[in-house]
Design a protein around this ligand. Sequence first.
Ligand SMILES: Nc1ncnc2c1ncn2[C@@H]1O[C@H](COP(=O)(O)OP(=O)(O)OP(=O)(O)O)[C@@H](O)[C@H]1O
Ligand SMILES: [Mg+2]
Length: 215
Amino acid sequence: MLELHNVKFIYPTGDGIQHITFRINPGELVFLVGPSGAGKSTVLKSIFLQERPTEGHVIVGEYNSLFVSRQEIPYLRRKLGIVFQDFKLLNDRDVFRNISFVLEVIGTRSKVIKRRVLRALADVGLSHKSRKYPEELSGGEQQRVAIARAIVNEPYILLADEPTGNLDPDTAGEIMDVLMRINMRGTSLLMATHNFALAKAYNGRIIRIEHGQLV
Ligand SMILES: Nc1ncnc2c1ncn2[C@@H]1O[C@H](COP(=O)(O)OP(=O)(O)OP(=O)(O)O)[C@@H](O)[C@H]1O
Ligand SMILES: [Mg+2]
C-alpha cells in the first residue's frame, strides 16, 4: 500500500534524505522518529510528492512515483490524508466547508458530501462546531478539523507530521486518542515526531531516522 525504495532527495543546500526504504501495511501504526533536522518532514514530502525523489521510488496504492505525471499527482494525493503541526486550515470558511472542499473539488454529490463531512466531524468529536470559523476554535479543535479533513476522503494512509507539536500535553493526548481511534478502525497511520517517549507510549512500529538516513 505504501512503499519507499531507496528514496533520495537532496535540497540545493546539500541536506536531505537518502537510502530510505520501508513499507507500511494496511492498518499499521508507524512512528517516524528522529531529532530536529533528521529528515522526517522530507520523507513525508517525498511520499506525497511535494519533493519528488531524485533516486529510488515511492509506491502509493497503484501509483509509482517513477511513472506519475505532474497531472496525476493530485490523484495520488487523494489516496493520502495529511495532517501538519500548524493545522493549515482556511480562515475564510467555516469548519464544514474546510472539510467539504476536498470533496467538492473532485465533484462529489452534495448529499454525499454532507453525509461524509458530518461523519468525519463526528469521528473527531466536533459535530457541534461545524459552523464555527477556524479562529473561533482552540488549537486542539483546529487540529481535529484538520484530521477530519484528512480522513473525509477515506485515505489508504494518514500521514501526520508532528501533529501535536503546537499543543499542550493534555490537548496533545486528546489528539493522539483521535488518531489512535482512526488507526484502530483500519486506516494506516504514519506519524513523524521528534518525541521518542511519545512514540514509545503507543503500540506501533518505530522507524528511526538520523542525518537523513534510517538507523
Ligand atoms: N526547503 C528546504 N531547503 C533546504 N533545506 C531544507 C529544506 N527543508 C528542509 N531542509 C533541510 O533538510 C534537512 C531535513 O529537514 P526536515 O524538515 O525533513 O527535518 P525534520 O526531521 O522534519 O525536522 P523537524 O523535527 O525540525 O521538523 C534539514 O537539515 C533541513 O535544514
Ligand atoms: Mg519536520
